[in-house]
Each structure stands twice: as C-alpha cells, then as structure tokens.
Write a protein that binds this ligand. Structure first.
Ligand code: A3P
Length: 343
C-alpha cells in the first residue's frame, strides 16, 4: 500500500535527524537537508573549469570506488599520491549541507579548523586545477554552467540497482542519522523522502544527457564494475585521457581497486569520517563504509512485501525510459523466509 506523503514527512522528521541536522526541504523536487539552501546559491554560481573532472551519483552507488578509479587513471597510477585522503584529493561539493557546522563548532570549538567542518563549496572553489569533485546532486541542482553544458568539464556518473542502493544507504545512515528500522527506511526511499530522492529522476537526469554533444558524460553501472572492471577501467581511461592501460598497469590498478584492498586502505575507507561521527555526532556502533560490496544483496535482506513494492515501482519507472539495469534476478522467496525466521 502506498504511503501518504504527509505520513512520510512525519516519519522522516521522527527518524532521520540528529542534534546537528534538523529537517528537510524540497529543492526543485529533490529532498535535501534544510542546510542545503545555505549553500544552494554558491553551488549554482560555482565557476566551472574545462579541465574539471566530476564524479556524480546517487549516494551508495559506488561513488568512492569510481572516484578512486578516476583519480588513479587521471594521475598515471600515482599510488603514493593516492595515500592522501580521498576527501582531500576528491572533495564532496555539498558536504557542508550534512550537518550544521556552526552549531557543531559552538558545541566543540576545537573543530573550528577541522577538515570535515569546512565550507565545502569554498574548498572546491579553491582547489588547484585540474579539480576532482564529487557530488550527489541530481542534474537539476548542478552548478548552472555545468548543467547548461557551457563547459568541457567531464562528468563520470555511476548508478546502481536501487534495491542494493537502499540497503547500503540504510546501513550507512543508521550509523549517525537514521533511527528507524529497515522497513521504514524502504518506505521513505520509495516515497522519495530520503535525501537526494527521487531516485529515478537522479538516474534519468544524467542518462538522458549522456549522448548530448553539449556535455561530456560517461555513464557507468556499479554492476558492470563488479562483473567486468577491466572493461570499465579501459572505457574510463579512453574517456578521460583517450588512453588505454596495458597489462602491468591494469593489474596494479585492479589490485588497488579490489574490494579487499579498498576496505583496508585508510585513504578511501572513510574510517576517519566514521570515527568523527562517533566522537562528535553521537553515532554508535561499528559502522563500515566499504561494507559488503555485493550485487543483489536484496535477495537475502528484503521481505516479500517490500520486494513487491520495489518491483512495481521499478517496472513503472523503467517503462518511462530506455534505461535498464541488468536483467532482474528472481528473488529466492524460500531463502528470504528462512532468513527472516532465523532472526
Ligand atoms: P555496500 O554498503 O553495499 O557494501 P558510495 O561510495 O557511493 O557511498 O558506495 C558505497 C558502496 O560501494 C558500499 O556498498 C561499498 O561497500 C561499495 N564499494 C566501495 N568500494 C568497493 C569496491 N572496491 N568493490 C565493490 N564495492 C565497493
């Protein structure tokens, strides 16, 4: 049964806040935190350079993995340089909209110059060129010059199956902002209330522009990275540098980007960010950013009821576009029932 948007607004308010994030706004149809309007104008007017490289995605779609691939290819596999934290090499444009920095500094004055508490748009503005920039903003909220195709800047977009995105997003946010259960998170996700939703608007915004000659967009899928990372690397190298990686370099990069190596690499596994949220935002538990890294996790996690709602929502939205994910795999209902019964 479909939720009433008003009920979902209430649910969002009750479950998805913390001391430093009070609520949400609707920005051009997109759910954003109520801190986003503070930086919306400076994002809209951000100067874009032709040599900018952007990684854009809906959260939890393999952004970090894609950023590391893009950065390493662009820097001729400078693994020494890649020891610098990814958040410095490839910062997150709108990270200032996640928590109220002023309130945080008021409570913890020692954070005044902390790398996670800066003005993120200014930080991006001042980056040395060529800049490498991450954003989760959907197409309609991108800086004006990028959105209007007035630049040669490159955009690498990565998407992932929404069921796995939803699971990954739930695990991510339950660490520091979301206090509800998984079923409630799914309802918010399907009702377009989770930050950066609507999900399909995000994907289609970039998908529909990928062949438009006013833009330089490379459109990737997490599932393809999992099944054939070599092809994705070569495609990305061609897009970024009109180059190809040869076997020794390719093997080094594959090794660097493997799930196991990224999971233990402090420059990309965001451990320091999670420690920060634990210390200052009251987060609890042992969360991991690079968590499972699997395709089709939903088969063992989503109840038949939630799955049916996702399937209906997916097929309804895919009918409106020529976009498709990998052919859907039928859920193993017996396995799911066993999983839920054994908890
Ligand atoms: P899970 O939570 O499903 O494990 P983002 O960077 O957009 O927030 O996406 C995070 C997701 O990408 C997490 O998914 C994470 O484990 C996965 N991921 C990160 N690095 C990966 C890698 N090298 N291989 C496979 N998945 C990876």
């Amino acid at each position: 049964m479909k939720d009433d948007p008003k009920d979902l607004d209430q649910l969002l308010k009750e479950t998805f806040t913390n001391e430093f994030r009070s609520g949400y706004v609707n920005a051009k149809g997109v759910t954003m935190t109520d801190l986003y309007p503070n930086i919306a104008d400076s994002i809209e007017n951000l100067k874009i350079w032709d040599d900018d490289v952007w990684v854009c995605s809906f959260p939890k779609s393999g952004t970090t993995w894609t950023q590391e691939m893009v950065w390493c290819i662009s820097h001729n596999l400078d693994f020494k340089g890649a020891e610098v934290n990814l958040t410095t090499r490839f910062p997150f444009l709108e990270s200032s909209a996640r928590v109220d920095n002023a309130a945080l500094i008021e409570k913890f004055p020692e954070l005044a110059n902390h790398e996670f508490v800066h003005d993120s748009v200014k930080f991006v503005e001042d980056l040395p060129r060529p800049r490498f920039i991450k954003t989760h903003l959907p197409f309609q909220l991108l800086p004006r010059d990028l959105r209007e195709g007035r630049t040669q800047a490159k955009i690498v977009y990565v998407c992932r199956n929404p069921k796995d995105v939803c699971i990954s997003f739930y695990h991510h946010t339950k660490h520091f902002a979301f206090r509800g259960d998984f079923e409630q998170f799914c309802r918010l996700f399907l009702g377009d209330k989770v930050p950066y939703c609507p999900f399909w608007n995000h994907i289609f915004g970039f998908w529909n522009k990928r062949n438009d000659s006013s833009y330089n967009i490379l459109f990737l899928k997490y599932e393809d990275m999992k099944s054939d990372l070599i092809s994705v690397i070569q495609k990305t190298a061609k897009f970024l540098k009109n180059a190809k990686l040869f076997s020794e370099e390719l093997n080094q990069l594959l090794d660097h980007l493997s799930f196991e190596n990224m999971k233990k690499n402090p420059a990309v596994n965001h451990k320091s960010m999670f420690e920060f949220t634990k210390q200052y935002l009251g987060a609890s538990g042992e969360a991991e950013f690079i968590r499972r890294g699997q395709v089709n996790q939903w088969k063992t996690v989503m109840s038949p009821n939630i799955l049916a709602q996702f399937d209906e929502w997916i097929s309804k939205n895919l009918k409106t576009s020529d976009f498709s994910f990998e052919s859907p795999v039928k859920p193993n209902i017996q396995y799911i029932e066993q999983f839920h019964n054994s908890r």
